[in-house]
Design a protein around this ligand. Structure first.
Ligand code: ADP
Ligand code: ZN
Length: 604
């Protein structure tokens, strides 16, 4: 079997999944697993992790056991596999006892190719006994970063998964994650006893995602302009920090004619699941959510991810934005960011109950995130560099397409720093900027700050410009915000050389946020690489798909991805043979849908 495991794997890829070839490291990973090896796979979201365990499960004898914390998504995963003719089922707390018994029987009799199991379920002695009585092809531990106690997805049950190695020493294991940092990787290896596993680390670049970070002015309006301008009718995710803001933004979008749904931990389970199901199943829904939403959401046609609040870390940002464009078609990662974000995130760290070591790590992570926001160079270079990957300017981020103007900001920075110093480091941003700009507010007069030498030395710049400079001062670590003292601005040691004129500072020229231009229908299909005629077929296919999805009671993308519809619109297949050649069309789907599609094309 060993010699031809590779040939068998490729054959399954083509006939079952309908893809002509493996992507990136898939072929090596699949081959290694099929031959009984252990693997640790780090691949960005959308990289194609699922096939890395699905195909070896088909190649090897027995059932592939997939451990996943994402109970709510198991049904869709199983449905998607059924669509391509793979025998899959799940065991979790959402099903009845009878249903679970039926699945267990199938596992015991070897009637399944794959079974998805929640980790807490797996740990029960009933389940472990079941697995001992069955033939197991492999264990796949999905979302493996959940073992990491430092990460925000920590699941205590994951730690116990080392038991698999002890009880089933001969069954190959594959752990998968999209979280890239070395610390998490080391934790996975240690806790899951994967010291012997081969590590497969893919490039973390997602070239089809365009990164864009704009100055926050009126964030909701900016978001609305962005959606109307570039993503009318598209599915997207909008991340906000608080539940309250999630609700407000969802209401705001709805009142402006955009179908938006809220998602956060304060919404009851039933409505939350219903909102998630609508997002997955219907076309063009915008999900407004806290970071509670998204792990394991493998909806391939999310066209944009927007952030209205600053994420806590590059890891979080990359994971969240990674949910856009999994189908490889163009997608946007858009963020509005302002001074208040910096202040708020710093405060959250300062006020948290955590110990100093943890706070220090959080603070370093935030600094890296601020660096990305304030950078004068390619965003992608910065992101990939953070994950240890060198690259050159990408041509597909806001900075590459319109490089910001930088200027020698030493003098304005000195003005800002001296004002903070002159008001004795006891006042917050608003007051400091009032003094700097020479605003005779009551507070300024009350403290006699209109008599300071610095009063009005910054009258030449608008409030927004000074806010941008202050933000950069904080990002550069020259100024901190003291939350124990009414958010007073304080100078750090690093401010001294700047004040003394020993160090110059490059700043980003402030630019008024420009209104987003509305994209025409024409430019949209140019983006997909379709002619006008092909675009018309594509739209027809989408209608057909919506109907088919309703009939089969599955999400539209489970029938065919946009990318496959696009291929069909270009190739215009007139026979089942033509159809077979299209990427994303396997034997089962050809049998189920082939005639309908050909009829639709021929009648056109
Ligand atoms: P991940 O779990 O890494 O986020 P998925 O396994 O969901 O990614 O795969 C992302 C998308 O890429 C899916 O829609 C999948 O069908 C598609 N895909 C995976 N491998 C291939 C391949 N070899 N050829 C074409 N498409 C692929
Ligand atoms: Zn770039």
């Amino acid at each position: 079997m060993h010699a031809d495991a590779d040939a068998q794997a490729l054959h399954l890829l083509q006939t079952v999944f309908g893809y002509p070839e493996f992507r990136g490291q898939q072929a090596q990973i699949v081959g290694h697993l099929a031959r009984g090896g252990d693997a640790l796979v780090l691949m960005p979201t959308g990289g194609g992790k699922s096939l890395c365990y699905q195909i070896p499960s088909l190649v090897r004898d027995g059932v592939g056991v997939v451990i996943s914390p994402l109970i709510a998504l198991m049904q869709d995963q199983v449905d998607a596999l059924a669509e391509v003719g793979v025998r899959a089922a799940f065991l979790n707390s959402t099903q009845s006892f009878d249903e679970a018994m039926r699945i267990e029987r199938q596992v015991r009799r070897g009637e399944l190719d794959l079974v998805y199991v929640a980790p807490e379920r797996l740990m029960t002695s009933r389940c472990l006994d079941l697995l001992e009585s069955a033939r197991i092809a492999l264990f796949a531990i999905d979302e493996a970063h959940c073992v990491s106690q430092w990460g925000h997805d920590f699941r205590p049950e994951y730690i116990k998964l080392s038991i698999l190695h002890e009880r089933f020493p001969n069954v190959p294991r594959i752990a998968l994650t999209a979280t890239a940092d070395a610390q998490t990787r080391a934790e996975i290896v240690q806790r899951l006893q994967l010291e012997e596993a081969l590590q497969f680390v893919s490039s973390f670049d997602r070239p089809n995602i365009r990164y864009q970070i704009v100055e926050k002015a009126n964030a909701r309006q900016q978001l609305l302009d962005f959606i109307n301008g570039e993503h009318a009718g598209d599915a997207g995710i909008v991340y906000c920090l608080s539940r309250k803001k999630v609700e407000e933004v969802a209401d705001f979008l709805n009142s402006h004619g955009i179908a938006a749904l809220p998602y956060h931990a304060g919404i009851d389970n039933v409505s939350r699941a219903a909102n998630q199901a609508r997002f997955l199943r219907e076309d063009g829904i915008v999900m407004v959510a806290t970071i509670a939403f998204g792990m394991g959401i493998d909806k391939p046609d999310v066209r944009f991810v927007a952030h209205l609040d600053l994420p806590k870390s590059m890891e979080g940002y990359y994971q969240e934005t990674g949910r856009a464009g999994r189908d490889g078609l163009p997608a946007d990662a858009w963020m509005a960011y302002g001074l208040q974000d910096v202040v708020q995130q710093r405060r959250m760290i300062d006020e948290s109950e955590a110990n100093d070591a943890y706070k220090r790590i959080q603070s370093q992570k935030l600094d890296a995130m601020l660096g990305l926001c304030e950078t004068l160079h390619c965003r992608r270079v910065r992101l990939l560099d953070y994950f240890g990957q060198a690259s050159g300017p990408c041509g597909n981020c806001d900075i590459c397409s319109s490089p910001p103007v930088s200027f020698d900001g030493t003098v304005p920075m000195q003005k800002l720093l001296s004002t903070i110093y002159r008001v004795e480091q006891r006042f917050g941003a608003m007051h400091v900027l009032d003094v700097l700009r020479g605003v005779e507010s009551d507070k300024v007069k009350q403290w006699g700050h209109d008599r300071l030498s610095v009063f009005g030395i910054g009258a030449d710049r608008a409030d927004q410009e000074w806010r941008a400079i202050l933000r950069q001062a904080i990002a550069l670590g020259l100024v901190t915000v003291d939350h124990e003292a009414y958010s007073a601005l304080k100078l750090t040691e690093d401010a001294r050389p700047v004040l003394r004129g020993e160090k110059t500072i490059q700043l980003r020229q402030y630019e008024k946020p420009a209104r987003q231009k509305r994209k025409t229908a024409a430019s949209k299909h140019v983006e997909l690489g379709l002619t006008g005629e092909e675009q018309a077929i594509f739209e027809k296919l989408r209608w057909w798909r919506m109907e088919a999805a309703r009939r089969h009671n599955v999400p539209a993308y489970v029938i065919f991805h946009d990318a496959t519809l696009r291929e069909i619109a270009k190739a215009k297949p007139h026979s089942l043979e033509d159809m077979r050649a299209i990427s994303g069309v396997g034997e089962k789907k050809l049998e189920t849908y082939g005639d309908e599609i050909v009829a639709l094309i021929v009648s056109d």
